[in-house]
Design a protein around this ligand. Structure first.
Ligand code: ADP
Ligand code: MG
Length: 327
């Protein structure tokens, strides 16, 4: 639409966002809509995520990190569906057309998209009071092979990929100062588990990506599946860096409730357990069993086998809380 100032809207798109496009793109940026060819026998998977400056990322965060992260959040949703990402559109609202910021942003955006050959095929550019980035990612999955939240049954094992809680600590570091340690990188440059999602599609019984915190996100699988579960606090996978930063007890708390990790939480029927572990090994991603699905509704926590009282609803945009988090 309209961005006034030294760079016009057309020039802005040409200069920063118009790149050679990828597989399945009959028509990309430049017309009123994009034309995309879905591979045969595949279902279209559509996800969308918005990042608002001051809500989803701190004011002043490096532009390249903002761009990378906005794509990675969407890649993570695609991963949780077991799907292959292919195309994206970008709706960008900016207070001003700052060429330096735009160059950095585009660099990070295409760095994340390029990991999976995702082509930017369109978008919309507007001027507004604050920076708002909405990316719609389109992908595909074999017919009826998508990983859903609703598939788990009592007796299934619960796994998580990688380590949890790092991004929550990383956010605190990003907010304090420019920081490029392991923890802050976990917040700034999430490594969406796209390969793992694809590898365990058809093997895992349910999956979700951990964006709002494990406790809240696993709860969503249980609600969708009409089951409950018990997880063991001592089994939560923690990085050495998080333990050193926060100490063991706080690290476990962050692993349970901290958002933005973009790891996958997956459930697996006992009969598929060996296949699941093999698929994860092949995908090159460590997975840890943290508990079991059962029939009693709700999510229970144990600490070295002893029941612990615990409740955490996760981040809610309209529940009166403020501060970074996601949906
Ligand atoms: P229209 O007025 O028809 O919606 P626009 O002027 O908004 O067209 O956009 C012109 C072309 O540029 C379209 O193909 C649109 O998809 C693309 N586009 C606009 N903004 C962006 C952006 N931020 N990133 C990528 N493509 C964009
Ligand atoms: Mg438009």
């Amino acid at each position: 639409m309209t961005v006034s100032g030294p760079i016009g809207e057309f020039e802005l798109i040409e200069r920063f966002f118009h790149r050679t496009t990828g597989a399945g793109v009959t028509l990309g940026i430049g017309d009123d809509g994009a034309l995309l060819d879905l591979p045969r026998d595949r279902q279209l998977v559509a996800v969308v995520d918005t990042s608002i400056c001051g809500v989803h990322f701190p004011v002043g965060m490096d532009a390249a990190d903002v761009g990378f992260r906005a794509v990675a959040m969407n890649l993570s949703d695609m991963a949780a569906m077991g799907a292959t990402p292919a195309w994206m559109t970008l709706a960008l609202t900016l207070p001003e057309a700052d060429a330096t910021w735009l160059e950095g942003f585009a660099h990070g955006l295409f760095a994340a998209a390029g990991q999976y050959d995702v082509a930017l095929v369109g978008g919309d550019t507007t001027r507004g009071a604050q920076t708002v980035i909405t990316i719609q990612l389109l992908g595909h999955v074999a017919n009826d092979a998508a990983l859903l939240r609703s598939g788990c049954k009592a007796g299934d094992n619960i796994y998580v990929s990688g380590t949890l809680g790092d991004a929550a600590a990383g956010l605190a570091l990003v907010q304090r100062a420019a920081d490029e340690t392991f923890l802050s990188t976990r917040f700034r440059r999430p490594d969406a588990r796209v390969g793992l999602g694809q590898a365990v599609a058809g093997v895992a019984s349910a999956a979700i990506d951990v964006s709002d915190g494990l406790y809240a996100d696993l709860g969503r699988i249980l609600d969708a599946s009409g089951t409950g579960a018990t997880i063991e606090r001592m089994d939560l996978p923690l990085s050495e860096q998080l333990r050193e930063f926060a100490g063991d007890a706080a690290a476990r708390q962050m692993a349970l409730t901290g958002g933005d990790d973009y790891e996958l939480c997956m459930t697996v029927a006992p009969a598929s357990d060996a296949d699941f572990r093999r698929a994860a090994t092949q995908a090159g991603v460590p997975v840890t069993c943290i508990g079991k699905v059962d029939q009693e509704p709700g999510l229970r926590l144990t600490d070295a086998g002893r029941p612990v009282n615990f409740a955490d609803p996760g981040y809610r945009h309209f529940a009166g809380s403020t501060g970074p988090g996601d949906d």
